[in-house]
Design a protein around this ligand. Sequence first.
Ligand code: CIZ
Ligand code: SF4
Length: 302
Amino acid sequence: MPDELLERLGRLKRERNAVILGHNYQRAEVQDASDFTGDSLGLSRQAAKTDADVILFCGVHFMAETAAIVCPDKTVVVPDPNAGCPMANMATPRELEAVKAEHPGATVVCYVNSSAEVKALSDLCCTSANAVAVLESIPADRTVLFVPDRSLGAWAAKQTGRQVILWPGYCPTHHRIRPEHVAGARREHPDAEVVVHPECLADVIALADHVASTSGMLTYCAASPASAFIIGTETGMLHPLQKQCPDKRFYPASPLADCPNMKLNTIEKMVWALEDLRHRVVVPADVADRARGAIERMLEIG
Ligand code: CIZ
Ligand code: SF4
């Protein structure tokens, strides 16, 4: 990366009093240029406590929206307005309203990978790091409607023994990881532990030694006595894992698991975003107020 661009980014960051948040799935150089890296929950917590006036959010659209909901008084900008999440787009507010009408007593739990409007129609939000705890917090006699990720919903339902109505959404990137990829990687690296994300196919989860969110993967791999790991999630995750444990080896379960949306953000676009203070992510106040309720109820669960 040319030093000149990174210098410009640093200068603009000071001029704008900006903080740069970078998701674990970003390009390595984008993560390295961020002030904080992590999962969407960790980054929202950083957003909530920052003194900065501007948040440059390097991730996908719903994550920047979550930051805008948590900090309504800050300017939130993204490097590329086309970086959306196809899974989040699989649940629209109109569809959710229709399904809610079919299940009037149901508690609606939305995965954080959803639009602000879908969050505003939900009772509780969750991430992959706390989906099990969120389900356990709901009285056992309640029906739960889980949107939009059917893989995470089914996995969390199994962990908790709860009956859950699943939405037919999924992550195209995680579903590109096939059981035969995992089996092949195991043959190639027989000493490695297989750690996969709950957005993966059930047949892939069944082959894993451990299932975790990205923050959970960092904790697990640091503590495990194993020295090699096959990682079943978006390939950007290999960077923070390798950075945290330079003496351990990390292999992708499948080289096909990269998210083209996550990879749209580049250092150049980050410079432009701070230069022009665009592309701004704004959530209308009434939507943000209702969505904040679902997010705060999740944060209370921990
Ligand atoms: O919550 C997040 O940041 C996502 C999308 C994945 C994860 O497990 O951290
Ligand atoms: Fe969405 Fe999957 Fe890309 Fe994450 S990795 S932004 S869930 S499409």
